[in-house]
Design a protein around this ligand. Structure first.
Ligand code: FEO
Length: 172
């Protein structure tokens, strides 16, 4: 049984995941304006992944008898000082997401809510990858940021990322 406190916290994180998607859409759009379609693609794919994350919370809330409340999503920054600044924002944001997920697990454990604890473990694993990807982006941009050719090579690499939709749950 989901407590009201846990329901509210899961709803907040659902909206935050959707906000993550909105940030990445904004970053993607900005990269397109900078004529860096590969970076734009990478962050567009990231935005699609965040929608999947948000939907996981949405579905879980409904599955356990809660109410998924689609609250307001705040406006993200629309422009960025540099390629590096946009990538650093992404890393900072992922660190906040990780901290949020950790707090949710702590709350679930305090409440002996093992179902929610179990649900959140997917996100614990996912955040390792999310932070690793964002860290790699910052490191690679730092390596080449004063070299136009290096940026273009990195852009070509970022263009290869493809969104892989989650597998549909098997029919019972
Ligand atoms: Fe859903 Fe990138 O955290």
């Amino acid at each position: 049984m989901l407590s009201k406190k846990m329901e509210k916290a899961l709803n907040d994180q659902m909206v935050f995941e959707l906000y993550s998607g909105y940030i990445y859409l904004s970053i993607s759009s900005w990269f397109k304006t900078q004529e860096l379609p590969g970076f734009a693609n990478w962050f567009r794919v990231q935005a699609q992944e965040e929608l999947v994350h948000g939907m996981k919370f949405f579905d879980y809330l409904l599955e356990v008898g809660g109410h998924a409340k689609t609250g307001a999503i705040q406006e993200p920054p629309l422009t960025f000082k540099s390629i590096r600044a946009a990538c650093e924002l992404s890393l900072e944001h992922e660190r906040i997401v990780t901290s949020n997920i950790n707090k949710l697990v702590t709350m679930a454990r305090k409440e002996d809510d093992h179902a929610t604890d179990n649900f959140l473990q997917w996100f614990i694993t996912e955040q390792i990858e999310e932070e690793a990807n964002a860290t790699a982006n910052v490191a690679r941009v730092k390596m080449v940021e004063n070299d136009g050719r290096g940026i273009l090579m990195l852009d070509a690499e970022m263009a290869k990322r493809v969104f892989v939709p989650p597998a549909a749950p098997a029919e019972a």
